[in-house]
Each structure stands twice: as structure tokens, then as C-alpha cells.
Design a protein around this ligand. Structure first.
Ligand code: FES
Length: 78
């Protein structure tokens, strides 16, 4: 399934801007998996916080579709 990720990005002392990436993903892929793929396959400058990948540490908490969620817990299908 082709999904578009609209990601809010910001450089030091600059106004935030959104950047869109499209990716072919499976519905059970987590948002964190998708962000990693975007970073590894499309744009190595993309930075985001993560640590345990198991919904324990809370590092990957971010706003996903307008609400706060853990990127390693939310999957594309939800
Ligand atoms: S990476 Fe630790 S909660 Fe998501």
C-alpha cells in the first residue's frame, strides 16, 4: 500500500516546514519502521527520537495524525 507521510521538520533557528515522503508499506508496519525506512532509503537527514522499539521508554512519542502516540506502537493500518 502506498502511503504519504507528511513530516514536520525544523532546522535550528528556522521556521518549521512540512516535507512529504511516499512509501510502499504493509498495513502492519509501525510508524517507527516507516520513519526508519524513510531515513535509510530516502533522506538521511531525517532525525527523530527512538530507543527501545518496544513501547517501554516513550522516546518515540510524537504527534501522529493529530494525536500523541508512540511511533513504535502505532501501525499504518490503525
Ligand atoms: S522506542 Fe521506546 S517507546 Fe517507542
Amino acid at each position: 500500500m502506498k502511503v504519504q507521510f507528511k513530516i514536520l521538520r525544523q532546522k535550528f533557528n528556522k521556521t518549521p516546514h512540512s516535507q512529504t515522503y511516499s512509501l510502499d508499506v504493509k498495513l502492519n508496519a509501525t510508524i517507527l519502521d516507516c520513519l526508519n525506512r524513510i531515513k535509510w532509503e530516502k533522506d538521511g537527514t531525517l532525525a527523530f527520537r527512538k530507543n527501545c522499539r518496544n513501547t517501554i521508554c516513550g522516546s518515540c512519542n510524537m504527534k501522529i495524525n493529530g494525536r500523541s502516540a508512540l511511533a513504535c506502537k502505532e501501525n499504518v493500518g490503525s
